[in-house]
Design a binder for this molecule. Structure first.
Ligand SMILES: Nc1ncnc2c1ncn2[C@@H]1O[C@H](COP(=O)(O)OP(=O)(O)OP(=O)(O)O)[C@@H](O)[C@H]1O
Ligand code: SF4
Ligand SMILES: [Mg+2]
Length: 383
């Protein structure tokens, strides 16, 4: 007799739960409402892209999670890392969480690295601060981390100083430092913006690979919507400190419902557009965050605004897995952009042999599929 077993699929754990996060700055007697009721969840091994115009609150919302806002910031609501509440934590408690459970990679690695210390010493120091490793073990692990982030010739580079590395290599070192304590959540705020297009794609490939193999949840913030569309599992669009649309990447790009998202995505050039066509621009200006309108904040710029928009729409799941905040959403027939995937940068890189894979040496990592599109040799030429 055979016993039939039903295959069980384990749902990835929710690592981050943000609920009604509000952040206000006091400046010159004014209250600047930078984040206004932000809510989302992030599961292990997922990449969330946060997109939106400059000043929409992307960086402030993630810096709050890291405890990196100045004292002039007043934060309410909740942000839980697992079951640990981050809002209201003291600086001292945040220091023991920051880097350990949640880590961040910034835009400019040269400003984050110490120019007077070798990169190996900097990773070793991060490991010694955040783990129980002794000096020798930490040094060995630092080399492993440099291999993990695919820094070519890791043993040699260990002894080099930041100025001896290219921008892409420095960003890899920053990612290695961020991964030192195996954080549950890795935040990359414009982490590829300062890099050339090829290196940007390589760093994104690296983040996506780490996300899949280590199960790290990644929040990527980028002005490059093509990168977001190519790599993120889900996309959240922010406007005036609020999430206005949030869905799986394919769903969002195939079925944009929020007029602001459509305007934002319509403002990027597309390969299918005839050359010399005028770019669509989003008319008007983002709202003054110290005097937000009572209704939908996008109303003064929205071609679909009606009287109903005098009342603020809530972010709701109007369609399965697709949240948006709008009274008059974009019609289905007008909503497809890019045919689902935008500017697949990774596919522009030539597939190459996978010669110099040193990743298997990295301890405690699960089996992995090599990334097809890149190899370290290519990288060394490109960086
Ligand atoms: N320290 C501060 N004091 C006062 N206001 C601030 C401070 N930091 C940010 N803000 C306000 O918060 C708003 C949101 O800033 P944030 O840096 O999150 O924007 P962003 O979406 O990351 O923009 P960008 O794409 O340009 O990086 C800004 O418009 C600014 O007015
Ligand atoms: S709620 Fe109204 S103003 Fe706001 S985006 Fe929708 S249609 Fe435009
Ligand atoms: Mg920012």
């Amino acid at each position: 007799m055979t016993t039939e077993t039903t295959p069980t699929t384990t749902e990835p754990e929710t690592v981050l739960t943000v609920e009604d996060l509000r952040i206000t700055f006091s400046r010159g007697g004014r209250r600047i409402h930078a984040v206004n009721g932000l809510s989302y969840e992030l599961k292990a091994g997922r990449m969330l892209a946060i997109i939106g115009e400059s000043g929409s609150g992307k960086s402030v919302s993630v810096r709050a999670l890291m405890g990196l806002l100045p004292p002039s910031a007043f934060i309410t609501g909740s942000a839980r890392l697992g079951d640990v509440e981050l809002v209201g934590k003291s600086d001292k408690s945040m220091r023991s969480i920051r880097g350990r459970d949640i880590a961040m990679v910034f835009q400019d690695p040269s400003r984050s690295l110490n120019p007077t210390m070798s990169v190996g010493a900097q990773i070793t120091e991060a490991l010694r601060t955040q783990t129980d490793l002794g000096k020798k073990e930490a040094e060995a692990r630092a080399v492993e981390l440099l291999k993990l982030v695919r820094l070519p010739a890791a043993e040699r580079r260990f002894h080099e100083y930041p100025h001896q590395l290219s921008g892409g290599m420095r960003q890899r070192v920053m990612i290695a430092i961020a991964l030192a304590a195996d954080p549950k959540v890795l935040i990359a705020d414009e982490a590829t913006t300062a890099l050339d297009v090829t290196t940007q794609a390589q760093i994104m490939e690296l983040l996506a690979d780490l996300q899949h193999r280590l199960g790290t949840a990644v929040i990527m913030i980028s002005h490059d919507l093509g990168l977001a569309a190519s790599y993120a599992d889900e996309v959240m669009v922010m406007y005036a400190g609020q999430a206005v649309e949030h869905a799986e990447t394919e769903t969002l790009f195939q079925n944009v419902r929020m007029p602001y998202t459509k305007a934002l995505l319509g403002a990027i050039p597309q390969l299918s557009t005839p050359s010399h066509s005028l770019l669509t621009v989003i008319g008007g200006h983002p709202p003054d965050l110290s005097a937000l309108p009572a209704g939908c904040p996008f109303a003064p710029r929205c071609p679909k605004a009606t009287d109903a928009c005098d009342e603020a729409p809530e972010l709701k799941e109007h369609e399965p897995g697709h949240l948006y905040a709008c009274w008059n959403p974009v019609a289905k027939e007008d909503s497809a952009l890019f045919g689902g995937r935008a500017l697949p940068l990774d596919e522009t890189l030539e597939p190459v042999d996978d010669e110099d894979r040193t990743l298997d040496a990295v301890h405690s990592l699960p089996e992995h599929e090599p990334i097809e599109a890149l190899n370290d040799l290519n990288e060394e030429k490109a960086l």
